[in-house]
Design a protein around this ligand. Sequence first.
Ligand code: TYD
Length: 203
Amino acid sequence: MKLNKGLFISFEGPEASGKSSQILLLSKYLKKSKIPYIISREPGGTDFAEKLRKLILDNKSTINNLEELLLLMAARSNHINEVIIPNLKKGKIVITDRYADSSFVYQGYVNKFGIKRAQKLHKELLNNFFPDYTFIFKINPKEIIKRLKKRKVKNKYDKSNLLFHQKIIQGYKKIANPKRYITVDASLSKDIIHKNIIKKLKL
Ligand code: TYD
């Protein structure tokens, strides 16, 4: 099947919840089906935003919560303008590993900037530009710790403790009610999750 109108999809969830491997499986499926797509990520997705990513996720950075959110939004604005919108206009499926919901949860809820305040900034500064679908991965916090122990390179949030991961999970529960959200049970097998995702997207 060939889509001629773009579709914007984000993947969200706590650290090590299996988003990345699902994005990989989805991209293989789209390639096989000859459906045009691009895979991107946040913070990042453009040369400029990837440079900001390094600063934002640097373990030694001393920026405060507001500064972090503003950098994330600058990176997001660049990502939207240079990658997301142009590719949607070409009729592609745009898949991003994290997007604005991560800011609402990590900076807004967990780092206490305020979910509503972060959402207001997104509305005012980024035109409330949201994905058509957002998959939110649900995982047990103890499982996160277990999976993170296996990671060799850790960003500043990967190093956080059980309580931090519990709060992230709580944050996603708080924002996940409007129509575009689809919850994914990350404890299911990779193959079943993949099939469920394809079914939801009606691809
Ligand atoms: P990444 O290595 O991609 O983590 P994961 O594999 O768990 O997705 O790093 C992205 C990190 O950036 C992740 O810890 C969450 C954080 N982040 C925010 O805090 N706010 C945001 O708006 C975004 C996009 C990411």
